[in-house]
Design a protein around this ligand. Structure first.
Ligand SMILES: O=C(O)CCC(=O)C(=O)O
Ligand SMILES: [Mn+2]
Length: 224
């Protein structure tokens, strides 16, 4: 799918981000950027990373397979197994370091974070989630990172999904937002530890991603 017409602004930053003006504050600390990503370039990038670090279904610490398949790029990759949730410098499947985060993704993350009020974002971890139809993520906090002053930049590609923010408690009433391919969500500040969830992905077919939703989440996992 091409970029939405009229949104593209050329920039000296070699990113894939189309327009830095137009983020929408959903709540304090939460910013939504609709249709700002070059979907084709991101999906191509995901395929390159997955060739080196294939998607796999990780096990929860309780021994259940997650419905979302995952890969990582960056100095640190998020993993889960019987020993718990954590970051690892090595891909446990290969014993090798994760592939690097593409420069264009880092450029976009910095621009999105800056445009959302977080000017010093320097991610060292990038989790890539692949949702087949029916896959979901139950309410959780992102809290395996060392520094919660840094925001989370989350990019959506492929099939749409309903994303839910529950606020500071898991059982809090959810505010939902529909995320489409090319959308970016940034959250930090008082929302950094908000519980959030992804509802089961509905059946469909995306012209570039087929029957999958992809999510790229860039975070700062280690202290700066
Ligand atoms: O898929 C998404 O939009 C969010 C993923 C997420 O919350 C996570 O990976 O921690
Ligand atoms: Mn999360």
């Amino acid at each position: 799918m091409p970029r939405r017409p009229g949104r593209y602004a050329s920039s000296s930053v070699a990113g894939l981000f189309a327009d830095a003006a137009g983020g929408e504050a959903l709540a304090s600390g939460i910013h939504l950027w609709r249709g700002v990503l070059d979907e084709r370039a991101y999906l191509d990038g995901i395929a390159v990373i997955a060739a080196a670090a294939p998607f796999r279904s990780m096990m929860t610490p309780g021994g259940r397979p997650m419905s979302v398949a995952m890969s990582n790029c960056g100095a640190l990759g998020w993993i889960s197994d019987a020993a718990g949730y954590r970051y690892s410098t090595l891909d446990p499947a290969s014993g090798r370091p994760w592939p690097a985060i593409p420069e264009a993704w880092l450029a976009d993350a910095a621009r999105l974070a800056t445009g959302s009020g977080y000017p010093d974002f320097r991610p060292d971890a990038c989790l890539i989630n692949r949702y087949a139809v029916g896959a979901r993520m139950t309410a959780h906090q992102d809290r395996n990172e060392a520094d919660f002053s840094q925001p989370i930049v989350s990019l959506s590609l492929g099939l749409p999904a309903t994303f839910a923010f529950h606020g500071p408690s898991r059982t809090g009433r959810a505010t939902t937002v529909e995320l489409a391919s090319g959308d970016a969500l940034v959250w930090g500040g008082e929302a950094r530890l908000f519980y959030h969830a992804v509802r089961p992905v509905r059946a469909g077919s995306h012209p570039l991603a087929g029957a999958f939703r992809y999510n790229i989440t860039m975070r700062r996992a280690a202290h700066q």
